[in-house]
Write a protein that binds this ligand. Sequence first.
Ligand SMILES: Cc1cc2nc3c(=O)[nH]c(=O)nc-3n(C[C@H](O)[C@H](O)[C@H](O)COP(=O)(O)OP(=O)(O)OC[C@H]3O[C@@H](n4cnc5c(N)ncnc54)[C@H](O)[C@@H]3O)c2cc1C
Length: 435
Amino acid sequence: MLVTGALWQAEKIRIPRENLSSQYDICIIGGGFSGLWSAHHLLNLDPSLKIAIFEAREFGFGASGRNGGWASGEFPVSKDSLISRIGEAKTSQLLEALNHSIDEIAEFSDASVGVTKAGSLYFARNEAQLSRLKERVDDDHVFLSANEASEMLNVEGIKGGLFTKNCATINPFNLIKFLVHSLSKRGVHLFEDSFASATNGGVLVNSSYIKAPVVIQATEAFGDPGREFIPLYSLMVATEPISDSVWKEIGNSTRFTFAEASHMVNYAQRTTDNRIAIGGRGATYPFGSKLNPAKEKTAKVHATIRSLLVSWFPVLKDIQFTHAWGGAVAITRDWEPYLHWDRESGFARLGGYAGDGVTMSYLASKILAHEILDKPNELRGLHFVNSKIRKWEPEPIRYLGVNTLMKLSGLADKEERITNKKSLVDRVISPLILR
Ligand SMILES: Cc1cc2nc3c(=O)[nH]c(=O)nc-3n(C[C@H](O)[C@H](O)[C@H](O)COP(=O)(O)OP(=O)(O)OC[C@H]3O[C@@H](n4cnc5c(N)ncnc54)[C@H](O)[C@@H]3O)c2cc1C
């Protein structure tokens, strides 16, 4: 039977019911990684803080409980673009901080989270993909020949790969669960079914006013986008557990994450119970940036992801897919996250991780905690801290532009598959995508 829900969110998180106080030091809106890690880091700096977190649905309801479980050291903007934007030194500082964050997440987590820092393999199945991978070789990304790559992962038609050790595989919902329990033990008041909005000097929660000198908006794709970010849907499927003998054929005994170097984003992991959970983009952008949960169930995209997996590993041609789901990520025009703190009004917000939020939300909330409590930390100088968000184009240009680019990305992949050469379409879309 196919379950239309995230593989990870099998059970509810149970926490003690707290009485809502009329005042807190800090109120956090949103119970995903950004909100929960914010409380975690704030308490690390000042354990006496009285903090409440309000989640409109259940903790981990958003992208944090549904994602592909790549705790990756990659930033959504390419390294070359980053260097040209902020220089080598700041780029290295950011990438090191991300990699360090993976280790800190691993140190914090218990065994249920299944954190395995075994790296990531990006593989090429045509010459165009291969040449793109070669361009990304650096100290953290090692090029692998076809033989070396296929020894790690036996992908049909593999031409080579790029391996980085800076990625861990996790079970994202179990991390949410562990974080929630840890915060509850540390005295944080956690409320589900509590839709909240920031208002003068506090928050309005289900029509009760709660006073708080500091309010953090951690609602990522669910917030009011205006022209500051667009929600894009990422969709996933999971297989039934795969037998040991088939895994022997596929490889990946260490559970590194893996993806094909196509234009259309895709990402996969081997779960602790030996399934493959794989995701990809392709659902169209909703007009006016209006969230549309129906997009999470776009059957055509789920079918494309399933056939992508079987094309990698024909041995899986009869495998059962047990789960199909999706969720929204927030993407700013420059593909940069935002982290804003206004001391005067006491309002902070963070998000815009463009689908790379597992590690980034940890790092962003750590920086935010230092900003709010005005504690020294060299990471406060990172380029996106309190930086202005570049606006997306107004509608209908945005709708037409984003969906055309997505279509063209798919076409570029098809062209490269057929011609085995770098796509002509790619030359047109690359400068427009701006990563
Ligand atoms: C299918 C999918 C796969 C992904 N795969 C990866 C991956 O492998 N690696 C990676 O790094 N990133 C991945 N991402 C992105 C990553 O999951 C997100 O960037 C990250 O989880 C965002 O965390 P967040 O806490 O900011 O937002 P969310 O997790 O979306 O949390 C926001 C929460 O706020 C709540 N909320 C909204 N409005 C209100 C309100 N008014 N009052 C109270 N609560 C409210 C929502 O219910 C939600 O629970 C993926 C995302 C998706 C959807």
